[in-house]
Design a protein around this ligand. Structure first.
Ligand code: XLS
Ligand code: MG
Length: 350
C-alpha cells in the first residue's frame, strides 16, 4: 500500500459494542465485559480506546474517590497489558437523575454543581489513564421547549463550566462534540461553528478544541468534510467520530461509508491533505452494529469502518490531481464530477 502522509491510529469506545436495545425493543445480545472489548481492540488493530467515565468506573456516583482511583488504575493496567492507550474520557452527563434537565445548564444550581463535580472526577480518571483529553458531548444542554431556558445564559454557563475545568487541571484539553439535537429537541451548541466560537470565549482557547462526528454534521444538514475543514483551519480538530447517517432521523452511528461513499472519501481526503493525525490525533469511530447483527459478528462494523478508511486513503493517494486541476481551471465541474465518480468506481477515466 502506498505510504501516506498521515500515520493513522484508530480508536473506538466500548459503547460501540452494544447489546442492541433501541427505543422500541430490548437488548438482543449478551453484554461483553470491558476486558474482552479491550482485547478485541488490539485484535482488530486499533491503537487506542475511548471511554465514558463510567465505562472505566461503573456506578461511579456511588463510589469514593479512592475506590474510583483504584478501579481506574485497573483499567489502565488492562490497556498497558494490551499495548493500548486511552484516547479520551467523556463524562456521561445524560444518565444521572441530576442531569434530567441538563448538566451545566440545568435550571437547578444543585444539579449544575453535580455536573461540575462529575466532570472533575472524569478529569481525575483521565489523568490515571494517561490522557489529557476530555470530550464534552453536551447531550442535554438544550431545550425541549424554547421557554424553559435562556440561550444566552446557557452558552455562558457552559463557558464558565469549561473555565472551571481548565483551572482545575492546567494540563487538560477539552474537546467539544456538538450535535444539533437528540436527546433534546434543540441543542445549544449544535454545530462545529458553535463549538469553535465557544472555544474562543474560554479562559484558555489553546486548550479547547472540537471533535467532529460524521452523523452529527449530517443531522445539522451540513457536510462532515466541510466541518472538518473548518475545524482544521482553526487548528482545533483534535478528534473525529467517523460513522455514517442516512439523512435526518435518529442518530444511526452507521458503519463508516455505509450510506455515502463519496461523503466518506471527502472526509478521508480532508484529513489526509491537511495534516490530521500528525500531532497524535486519532481516527476515532462512533459506530453501532445493526440490531440484527448476531453476537458472533459484533466486531464487523468496527473492522470494516477501519478497513474502509484505509481503502479510501488509497483512493485519495491515487487520485490524478493533474486531471482534477485541469477540470477546475476549465470550470468544467460536470466533467470533474464524472472524473471523481469514475475514480471511486474503479472505472478508467477517458
Ligand atoms: C452521541 C455521542 C456520544 C459521544 C460520546 O451521540 O456521539 O457517542 O460521542 O459520549
Ligand atoms: Mg460521538
Amino acid at each position: 500500500m502506498a505510504a501516506y502522509k498521515g500515520q493513522y491510529r484508530f480508536s473506538f469506545g466500548p459503547w460501540n459494542i452494544s447489546e442492541g436495545a433501541d427505543p422500541f425493543g430490548p437488548p438482543v445480545r449478551q453484554p461483553i465485559p470491558l476486558a474482552k472489548k479491550i482485547k478485541l481492540a488490539r485484535k482488530l488493530q486499533f491503537e487506542l480506546v475511548q471511554f465514558h467515565d463510567d465505562d472505566v468506573v461503573p456506578d461511579l456516583d456511588s463510589k469514593s474517590s479512592s475506590q474510583i482511583a483504584k478501579e481506574a488504575r485497573k483499567v489502565k493496567k488492562m490497556l498497558n497489558d494490551e499495548g493500548l492507550e486511552a484516547e479520551f474520557v467523556a463524562p456521561r452527563l445524560w444518565f444521572a437523575p441530576e442531569t434530567i434537565d441538563g448538566a451545566y445548564t440545568n435550571n437547578d444550581p444543585k444539579c449544575r454543581r453535580y455536573a461540575i463535580t462529575r466532570t472533575k472526577t472524569a478529569i481525575d480518571i483521565a489523568n490515571i489513564l494517561g490522557t489529557r483529553k476530555i470530550v464534552l458531548w453536551l447531550a442535554r444542554e438544550g431545550t425541549y421547549i424554547r421557554e424553559s431556558k435562556i440561550a444566552r445564559i446557557q452558552v455562558l454557563q457552559i463557558r464558565d463550566a469549561i473555565n472551571t475545568f481548565l483551572e482545575y487541571d492546567p494540563n487538560i484539553c477539552i474537546l467539544i462534540e456538538p450535535k444539533p439535537n437528540e436527546p433534546v429537541d434543540s441543542a445549544i451548541i449544535s454545530t462545529i461553528g458553535h463549538a469553535v466560537g465557544l472555544s474562543y470565549m474560554t479562559a484558555d482557547p489553546s486548550r479547547v478544541g472540537v471533535l467532529v462526528e460524521t452523523a452529527h454534521s449530517i443531522l445539522a444538514g451540513l457536510d462532515p468534510s466541510d466541518d472538518m475543514g473548518y475545524a482544521l483551519a482553526h487548528n482545533k480538530l483534535w478528534s473525529v467520530h467517523l460513522n455514517d447517517q442516512g439523512g435526518l432521523k435518529f442518530d444511526q452511528d452507521k458503519t463508516f461509508g455505509s450510506y455515502n461513499l463519496r461523503r466518506a472519501f471527502n472526509q478521508v481526503r480532508v484529513l489526509e491533505e491537511y495534516g490530521y493525525g500528525r500531532k497524535g490525533e486519532c481516527v476515532g469511530l462512533d459506530v453501532q452494529m445493526m440490531r440484527t447483527q448476531k453476537a458472533s459478528g459484533n466486531w464487523k462494523h468496527l473492522a470494516y469502518s477501519r478497513e474502509r478508511f484505509l481503502f479510501l486513503l488509497e483512493k485519495v493517494a491515487t487520485l490524478d490531481r493533474k486531471i482534477e486541476e485541469q477540470l477546475i481551471r476549465e470550470r468544467d465541474y460536470e466533467e470533474l464530477d464524472r472524473f471523481i465518480l469514475c475514480h471511486l468506481m474503479g472505472k478508467k477515466y477517458e
